[in-house]
Design a protein around this ligand. Structure first.
Ligand code: PFF
Length: 453
C-alpha cells in the first residue's frame, strides 16, 4: 500500500480548504451554464430538481471522493493504487487525469472570453451584442492570447503550491467574487420590470418537467460540484486526518449551490426587465447580458464587474483542473511542482488551440469536424470530456468506493475527525453511495450517450 510522504503539502486551515474546494466547484458552471440550462428547462421547476440532486446524490458522492483522497493522501491514480494496485481500476485514475487535461483545454478558452469581455464595455459599448460576440470569438488573434493569459494565471497559482498558491489565491478571490455578485444582483433586482424574472426563477411549474429535465439537472449538479474526475479526491488528499470531511464537504456544496442560485438572481431579473429571452442557451451570458448591460444605467460598469467575477470564478476552477494533473506528476514522478505545472499547463494550452479556433477561426474546426452528433471541436470536447467522461468517472468511482474499497472502509475514513458519524447517518450514507448514486449516475450516462440530454 502506498504511504503518504512526510513532506507532502497540506492545506493550512479548514477555511482554506473550503474556499479552495468551493473555488473549484464555483465556476463557469454556476454563472454561465446553470442560468442558461435553467432558462432552457423552464426555470424554477428545474431549480427544485437541481437542489434535490445536490442533496441526495451529489453530496453523498462528494463524501466518497473526499474519503478516497484523504485515505491515501494521493492524486486519483495513486489513491486507487493504494487500494487496488496493478488492477484495471487504475485506469479510472488515469481517466480522471486525462479528463482534467481535456476539460481544462476548452474551459480555458471560454474563461479567456470572459476575461476579454471585462473590457468590452470600454472598447465596444454600442455595437450589436450578437454580431460583436460572433466576431470576437472567431478572431484567433484575440481568443488564443486571452486563453494564453488565462493559462499563465492558472499555472502561476498552481506552481506556487497548495497552501502558498491555491489556498492563498482562493482566500483573496472568493470574497471578492461574493461582493461582486452582490453588486450585480442589487443592480438587477432594482431594475423596473425585474419582477417577471423573479417569478420565472422562483415560481415552479412542474408541467415542464420530464426525464430529460431530471437528467439535465443531475448532470449539471455533478459538473458544478467538480465531481467525477478526481478534483475532490485531489483536494481531499491535502486534508489532515483531524478534519471533519462531512462538515467541510457540506460547506463546499452549500457555497456552490448558493452561488448558482445567486447567479440566477443576477441574470433573470435583468433579462426579463430588458425584454430579453431567458432560453437563449450558451449565448445568454455573452450576448443577452451585454445587451441588457448596454440598455441599463451604469451598464458598462456593471458589465465590467460581471465579467471580472466570471473570470475569477473560472480561475479558481481552472486551478483545480490543473492541480489534478499536476498532483499526479508530483506524486508519481520525480518532477517538481513547478516543472509539472509549466509542462502540463503548456501542453494543455496547445490542446486548447483547436477549441479556440472552433468558433469561426477555422472552418475545419468550426464546421467540418463532426462527431457524436456534435459539430465543432469545442462542442465535441465538451461532449466527450465534460459530459460522458465525468459521468463515467463518477459511476466507476462510486462503484470503486462503495463496492471495491468497501463502504465500511470509507465509513471508517469519514469517521476520522467526525466522531458523530454513526448509526442512522452511516446507514443512510451507505444506502445512497452503494445503490442510489451508481444507479442515477448510470442513468445520466445512458441518457447522454443516447442523446436525450
Ligand atoms: N465545477 C466547475 C464549474 O462549475 O465551472 C467545473 C469543473 C471544475 C468541473 C473542476 C470539474 C472539475 F474537476
Amino acid at each position: 500500500m502506498a504511504t503518504a510522504t512526510a513532506d507532502r503539502e497540506q492545506w493550512g486551515s479548514r477555511i482554506g480548504f473550503v474556499l479552495a474546494a468551493a473555488g473549484s466547484a464555483i465556476g463557469l458552471g454556476n454563472i454561465w451554464r446553470f442560468p442558461y440550462i435553467t432558462g432552457e428547462n423552464g426555470g424554477a421547476a428545474f431549480v427544485v430538481l437541481y437542489l434535490l440532486c445536490i442533496a441526495f446524490i451529489c453530496l453523498p458522492y462528494l463524501f466518497a471522493e473526499l474519503a478516497l483522497g484523504r485515505n491515501s493522501q494521493k492524486n486519483p491514480v495513486g489513491a486507487i493504487a493504494a487500494i487496488k494496485a496493478r488492477t484495471p481500476w487504475m485506469l479510472v485514475g488515469a481517466l480522471c487525469v486525462l479528463t482534467g487535461v481535456f476539460i481544462l483545454s476548452y474551459y480555458g478558452v471560454v474563461a479567456g472570453w470572459a476575461f476579454g469581455y471585462i473590457f468590452k464595455g470600454l472598447v465596444a459599448p454600442a455595437t450589436d451584442a450578437g454580431t460583436y460576440f460572433a466576431s470576437f470569438i472567431a478572431d484567433p488573434w484575440t481568443v488564443i492570447p486571452l486563453m494564453g493569459f488565462f493559462m499563465l494565471f492558472t499555472i502561476s497559482i498552481v506552481a506556487s503550491g497548495v497552501e502558498q498558491g491555491i489556498e492563498r489565491a482562493s482566500k483573496v478571490l472568493m470574497p471578492i467574487l461574493l461582493v461582486l455578485i452582490l453588486v450585480v444582483i442589487f443592480r438587477s433586482v432594482t431594475l423596473p420590470g425585474a419582477g417577471a424574472g423573479l417569478e420565472f426563477y422562483l415560481n415552479p411549474d412542474f408541467s415542464k418537467v420530464d426525464g430529460g429535465v431530471v437528467l439535465a439537472a443531475l448532470g449539471q449538479a455533478f459538473f458544478s460540484l467538480s465531481l467525477g474526475m478526481g478534483a475532490m479526491i485531489t483536494y481531499g488528499s491535502y486534508l489532515p486526518k483531524s478534519e471533519n470531511l462531512l462538515v467541510s464537504g457540506g460547506y463546499v456544496a452549500l457555497f456552490d449551490t448558493a452561488i448558482a442560485l445567486l447567479a440566477g438572481l443576477m441574470i433573470f431579473p435583468a433579462v426579463f426587465a430588458m425584454g430579453q429571452n431567458p432560453s437563449e442557451g450558451p449565448a445568454l451570458v455573452f450576448v443577452i447580458l451585454p445587451e441588457v448591460f448596454g440598455a441599463m444605467p451604469l451598464g458598462s460598469f456593471v458589465g465590467a464587474v460581471f465579467f471580472t467575477l466570471l473570470s475569477i470564478a473560472a480561475l479558481t476552477s481552472t486551478v483545480s483542473l490543473l492541480e489534478v494533473v499536476v498532483s499526479y506528476f508530483v506524486d508519481e514522478t520525480s518532477w517538481s511542482r513547478k516543472k509539472s505545472a509549466w509542462l502540463v499547463g503548456g501542453f494543455t494550452f496547445l490542446v486548447g488551440v483547436p477549441s479556440a479556433l472552433s468558433q469561426g477561426g477555422s472552418d475545419f474546426f468550426t464546421n467540418q469536424l463532426q462527431l457524436f452528433g456534435q459539430t465543432g471541436f469545442l462542442n465535441i470536447m465538451d461532449y466527450i470530456w465534460g459530459n460522458v467522461s465525468l459521468a463515467l468517472g463518477a459511476l466507476l468511482l462510486s462503484i470503486f468506493v462503495s463496492w471495491v474499497w468497501g463502504a465500511d472502509a470509507a465509513v471508517r475514513e469519514l469517521q476520522q475527525g467526525a466522531d458523530g458519524f454513526t448509526g442512522m447517518a452511516v446507514a443512510v450514507w451507505r444506502f445512497f453511495v452503494k445503490y442510489v448514486c451508481p444507479l442515477f449516475i448510470a442513468a445520466i450516462l445512458v441518457g447522454k450517450v443516447l442523446g436525450t440530454i
